[in-house]
Ligand binder design. Structure first.
Ligand SMILES: NC(=O)c1ccc[n+]([C@@H]2O[C@H](COP(=O)([O-])OP(=O)(O)OC[C@H]3O[C@@H](n4cnc5c(N)ncnc54)[C@H](OP(=O)(O)O)[C@@H]3O)[C@@H](O)[C@H]2O)c1
Length: 381
């Protein structure tokens, strides 16, 4: 593993403290109702070389999925990416482009919304040892969250279990520890079913904020605009992690016994940062005089109330109301481990990797946000 002993060794201990009872062992979950008679586990892969380990990635065309797929290829695994014929933001990536994204992987096309499609188009050449899911609703809308974060991911798990896959790696989110939003509830339902499966080992990775989600104001500030934040800019903090470090952490879970059958919250290196600290760092980096706009959080509360009223009358307003709640959530809730007292705890939030947000801001200030598109639901991406 690439984490320093202090990073992951300490992280591991902190993870285990933080996740408590949620980190169940396979044996215990199997007793709770796993359906298979023989429990498979990534532990069985110990004697295999990476080239002999078949890995399926779903959600490979997403922001994190791309890095995960390439990281697995770089480590020499036998990787297959299963994608839509038209993938990427706005469906702009066609089949040829998708293949070009992953020159070292097989790319297969089908529909994760259909078990039959997964069986006949992804598993058509046999089983996979490991399945990695980076699937996520691109919108965060109510129906789409249940369709993708729960049902489609469950379809993939069902087929993986039927075909005897040994390990399932799930990209989740740290925010599910305080679930109020639909996509969080959908993810949690899937997490629970994965943990209860009993016949396949798992690693559930719950990252804090991604770099791209925090870089949206770099170009505005560079052009002389203000840095906008809610409240005093200290309502929420996070330990941002780069897409590349997160991909490495997820890839580690295939070979690292300590990461099996665990729910692992994970952040990047360094101290937790509030919006005020991120903005201050950005102005320093750009050698500009700080200029902040502080928006009262109550403004969002009013907007959400209005949207909720409309959603009660017009079902097509339900997603707009949900998007408002997503924005409000990220403005006020920290992306840090919550301790037993219900408080966000930076010290209890494990760190991994070496990429820093400062380096990323610097890169974006020189090269722009090309390749960092926030997607259809920019409010939480
Ligand atoms: N943003 C943050 O700071 C942050 C922090 C922690 C955790 N997270 C979590 O990280 C996860 C992944 O984020 P991301 O930015 O990598 O997501 P993303 O770029 O939106 O990627 C989503 C993936 O899911 C696939 N997908 C979505 N709808 C689909 C459908 N109907 N059929 C087939 N495939 C579908 C997409 O395929 P297509 O390319 O075909 O659309 C894409 O591969 C999310 O669950 C998020 O909650 C985010």
């Amino acid at each position: 593993m690439r984490a320093t002993a202090g990073a992951l060794g300490g992280a591991r201990a902190r993870c285990e403290r933080a996740i408590g009872a949620r980190s169940v062992t396979k044996t215990r979950s199997a007793r709770r109702g796993g359906r298979a008679t023989r429990a498979a586990s990534a532990a069985e892969l110990a004697s295999e070389e990476n080239k002999d380990v078949k890995v399926l990635v779903v959600g490979a065309t997403g922001y994190i999925g791309k890095y995960v797929t390439r990281e697995l290829c770089a480590r020499g695994y036998d990787v297959t990416a299963f994608t839509r014929e038209k993938s990427g933001i706005g469906g702009k990536t066609n089949a040829t482009d998708a293949k070009a994204l992953f020159p070292d992987a097989k790319v297969k096309f089908g529909d994760v919304g259909s078990k039959e499609s997964i069986e006949t188009k992804a598993f058509d050449e046999g089983a996979y040892d490991v399945v990695v899911s980076c699937l996520a609703s691109r919108t965060g809308g109510v129906k789409d969250s249940w369709d993708i974060d729960y049902r489609a991911t469950k379809n993939v798990l069902d087929v993986a279990r039927e075909r005897g896959s040994k390990h399932f790696v799930l990209l989740s989110a740290i925010c599910v520890q305080k679930p109020t939003l639909t996509f969080q509830k959908a993810k949690l339902k899937f997490e629970a079913e994965l943990q209860a499966a009993g016949d396949i080992s798992y690693t559930i990775v719950r990252p804090t904020a991604f770099f791209k989600s925090l870089a949206g104001q770099v170009e505005v500030v560079q052009k002389g605009g203000p840095y906008v934040m809610f409240g005093d800019g200290q309502l929420a903090s996070c330990k941002p992690i780069s897409e590349s470090d997160l991909a490495k952490f997820m890839a580690d879970s295939i070979r690292e016994p300590e990461m099996l059958n665990k729910v692992l919250p994970i952040g990047g290196p360094g101290e937790a940062m509030s919006a005020l600290q991120q903005g201050t760092m950005l102005f320093e980096l750009l050698e500009m005089e700080p200029k902040f706009i502080k928006v009262p959080i109550e403004v969002m509360d009013v907007a959400i109330k209005v949207l909720d009223v409309f959603a009660g009358f017009f079902s097509n307003m339900k997603d707009a109301a949900e998007f408002g709640k997503i924005g409000r959530y990220y403005a006020a809730e920290s992306m840090l481990v919550m301790n037993d007292d219900g408080k966000y705890d930076a010290a209890a939030t494990p760190s991994y990797g070496s990429d820093t947000l400062k380096e990323f801001f610097d890169k974006v200030s020189k090269e722009g946000l090309a390749g960092q598109e926030l997607g259809d639901q920019a409010v939480f991406k």
